[in-house]
Design a protein around this ligand. Structure first.
Ligand SMILES: Cc1ncc(COP(=O)(O)O)c(C=O)c1O
Length: 368
């Protein structure tokens, strides 16, 4: 049996009948940049998140960048975030001329450890940037409390967490603003690059709408130096079709995760904990094992693809060595990156494939 890590070709075959007419609408209108499909997607995604505004953008990194700028992050500021994430989280901070200040993760969730954040706050801290890693909401209540106590802002990195819930509230309005990615591998994915910022704050939304299009307030009137961060019309059309499927796809991801947990009971590995008050959307289903390379190789021999998210924490990436956080500074993130392995969890998996993956992992690792 073959188990691909992702199966975007199968997904397209299923959606083709809806996607092609949607793309055709955009082409017939020649609405290639923003336009009616993107505007309709903005309304639908804002409703989905329960947020007042959605600003469609060119990708998730642009959403993080504009989100931080909208929160007033400036050169010389510090922004607190996790080293256990994709590099875009930290890059957006760097683009503002600010300094990423990493804080270690809670090993049981792989998200920022709120208990360690306050120690990292200085007079220069302008914002906290928690990541809802793997689709599991970060612990937002203590994060918001710390931010309120110190008069700093909160931007959610929700790139992996479309539709996740924290204490019954969807991500996307748990901080001052939230950044989403619709990169093709995400739970809600475009056919190319795309992203969005959501917020309840009119001022943040107003800034982002102008900043995404060269600081333009009226045709060829440029209020400030902005960016070309607009979403193509074709991506808006694809995202609208897929958004209608997202509830069902998320449900399926959660079922698969539940089945993996059942199948892997008693196996010598760890799985991040789900808080029963929250809803993880399982962008990734990860396990931790001391024998990652061996396990991945044996799974590959059985036709099962796996991936590693992520093999190195950001503080030891060459790009961020100059921040001066030597190996050993964030032991939980470092240990997680050495041991983490992502199993296939996409909604197209059959029950037989899920059982095959779960049983294979258990057979290879044995039981405790
Ligand atoms: C946690 C996280 N933040 C930010 C991004 C950046 O999004 P994009 O690739 O759309 O720029 C990604 C995805 O790639 C991500 O996984």
């Amino acid at each position: 049996m073959k188990v691909p890590f992702l199966d975007l070709k199968r997904e397209y075959a299923e959606l083709r009948g809806e996607i092609l007419p949607a793309l055709d609408r955009v082409c017939r209108d020649a609405a290639f940049v923003q336009g009616p499909e993107v505007e309709a997607f903005e309304r639908e995604f804002a409703d989905f998140c329960g947020a007042k505004h959605c600003i469609a953008l060119s990708n998730g990194t642009a959403a993080l960048h504009l989100g931080l700028l909208a929160l007033g992050v400036q050169p010389g500021d510090e922004v607190i975030t996790t080293p256990n994430t994709f590099i875009a989280t930290a890059e957006a901070i760097t683009y503002c001329g600010a300094r990423p200040v990493f804080v270690d993760i809670d090993p049981s969730t792989a998200n920022l450890d709120p208990g360690q954040i306050e120690n990292a706050v200085t007079a220069r801290t302008r914002a906290i940037l928690p990541v809802h890693l793997y689709g599991r909401p970060a612990d937002m209540n203590p994060i918001r409390e710390i931010a309120a106590r110190h008069g700093i802002r909160v931007l959610e990195d929700a790139a992996q967490a479309h539709g996740a819930r924290y204490r019954q509230q969807r991500v996307g309005r748990l901080g001052d603003a939230a950044a989403f990615s619709f990169y093709p591998t995400k739970n809600l994915a475009a056919y190319g690059e795309a992203g969005a910022l959501t917020t309840d704050d009119d001022r943040i939304a107003g800034f982002a709408r102008i900043a995404r299009s060269h600081g333009q307030t009226a045709r060829y009137e440029h209020e400030f130096v902005g960016y070309n961060y607009r979403m193509p019309g074709l991506q808006g059309a694809v995202l609208r079709v897929k958004l209608r499927r997202l509830y069902a796809w998320t449900e399926r991801r959660r079922e698969i995760a539940c089945e993996y947990r059942r199948l892997l009971e008693g196996a010598p590995l760890q799985i991040p904990a789900d808080d029963s008050r929250d809803e993880c959307v399982y962008h990734q289903f990860v396990i931790y094992t001391g024998n990652r390379a061996g396990l991945a190789a044996q799974l590959a021999e059985r036709g099962i693809e796996t991936a590693v998210h992520y093999p190195k924490p950001l503080h030891v990436q060459p790009a961020y060595l100059s921040l001066g956080f030597p190996r050993g500074t964030f032991p939980n993130a470092e240990r997680a990156c050495e041991r983490v392995l992502s199993l296939p969890v996409h909604p197209g998996l059959t029950p037989e494939q899920v059982a095959y993956v779960g049983n294979s992992v258990k057979e290879i690792l044995g039981t405790t």
